[in-house]
Design a protein around this ligand. Structure first.
Ligand SMILES: NC(=O)c1ccc[n+]([C@@H]2O[C@H](COP(=O)([O-])OP(=O)(O)OC[C@H]3O[C@@H](n4cnc5c(N)ncnc54)[C@H](OP(=O)(O)O)[C@@H]3O)[C@@H](O)[C@H]2O)c1
Length: 330
């Protein structure tokens, strides 16, 4: 019987959760069309929520988190893939209530698999992972809302995080003037190297909460934090500007006023990387492998093993993540 290594999150004796590396049987994986040998995964904020028992993400424990996986097909029951095909799996139920990419094998529906596009290695694909896909989706939404480099500066919040660093790098590569909001002033140089023209402190978006409108500053934004900063960001968009909203690290709720919408015609664009149709994911992956290939990708990742994940999970939950943690499964 084939056994494999996986991170397992489980309840501890104190009513909390712990994560440890265990050996699992292949038969313990859920039923599914395709068995994938995972080579790389990556750590996202949502994985940390799953690994620490957040019931909005994962209900049943013990559980192997990991919303991202890249590897080779080992067996496919539907005939859609051949053994050895290189594939990417992100989102849907992977790592939530389906055993995820923090294990050397996953078994999933064929409809969750994107063939690895030429131009990306398996390693590159997980340096990007859900964070890269999400940054790509945010940029795609802004472009479709006609935010262009000529429209004016764009802002990225949570700029040193996974989605944030990749959004800064991608927007700068596409010719935008990028401003970055961060709570880590010591990382300002990294953000400038990625292409940010200005690095702002988090207080930038905490001032003026009581005012109905703020000075027009940004033509567009990628917001990874939500909460009060998003309220002030919407009030600071230029006429006709748009913010792609994808995250919640500063809070799930935010106040709203109709005034920026009816007086300045601004747009709040929701971004979901998880449940969108596979063809939409594949389209963004092709862009990330070609015209949007992020030059600084290697610099943004640090490679870790399964045994390093508990410390990395603590760090990302504390808002201390910088760039991407690439998980090597071999
Ligand atoms: N919609 C989707 O499909 C989708 C997909 C991926 C991720 N997300 C969400 O997007 C967010 C970012 O994900 P990620 O994987 O990039 O996480 P991450 O690497 O932890 O980045 C989040 C960043 O947010 C900032 N931050 C943390 N706590 C904050 C606070 N209290 N107030 C203001 N800023 C704070 C920090 O950056 P600075 O120190 O630079 O400020 C942190 O590095 C998460 O909420 C995640 O759930 C959504």
């Amino acid at each position: 019987m084939t056994r494999f290594q996986a991170l397992q999150a489980e309840r501890d004796e104190q009513g909390g959760f712990r994560q440890q590396v265990v050996s699992r049987e292949l038969d313990s994986l859920p039923a599914g069309d395709v068995l994938v040998r995972v080579r790389y995964s990556s750590l996202n904020y949502k994985d940390a929520l799953s690994a620490t028992g957040n019931p909005g993400v994962t209900r049943n424990f013990p559980h192997t988190p990991g919303i991202d996986a890249a590897g080779e097909v080992e067996a496919c029951a539907t005939g859609d893939f051949a053994a050895g095909d290189a594939v990417i799996v992100t989102g849907y139920d992977l790592g939530m209530n389906t055993s995820g990419g923090f294990g050397q094998y996953i078994r999933v529906p064929a409809g969750w698999l994107v063939p690895l596009p030429s131009g990306l290695s398996l390693r590159d694909s997980m340096l990007l992972g859900t964070a890269g896909l999400t940054a790509g989706l945010c940029v795609d939404k802004l472009l479709k809302a006609e935010v262009s480099p000529d429209s004016g500066p764009v802002l990225v919040t949570g700029a040193t995080g996974g989605v944030g660093t990749l959004a800064v790098a991608l927007l700068a590569q596409l010719g935008f003037e990028v401003q970055a909001v961060t709570g880590k002033p010591e990382q300002a140089e990294l953000l400038r190297q990625l292409g940010a023209s200005e690095v702002l402190g988090r207080e930038t978006l905490l001032e003026g909460t009581g005012k109905p409108l703020l000075k027009e500053r940004w033509a567009g934004a990628v917001d990874t934090v939500g909460g009060e900063p998003l309220f002030n960001l919407v009030k600071s968009l230029r006429r006709g500007g748009s913010v792609a909203c994808c995250g919640l690290t500063a809070g799930v709720n935010f106040q709203a006023s109709v005034l920026p919408f009816i007086l300045r015609g601004v747009n709040l664009l929701g971004v979901d990387s998880v449940e969108i149709p596979l063809a939409e994911k594949a389209d963004i992956w092709r862009k990330l492998a070609g015209p949007w290939k992020i030059v600084a990708l290697e610099r943004l990742g640090h490679e870790i093993g399964l045994e390093d994940l508990p410390d990395e999970i603590t760090r990302i939950l504390a808002g201390q993540q910088v760039g991407r943690a690439l998980v090597r499964l071999d």
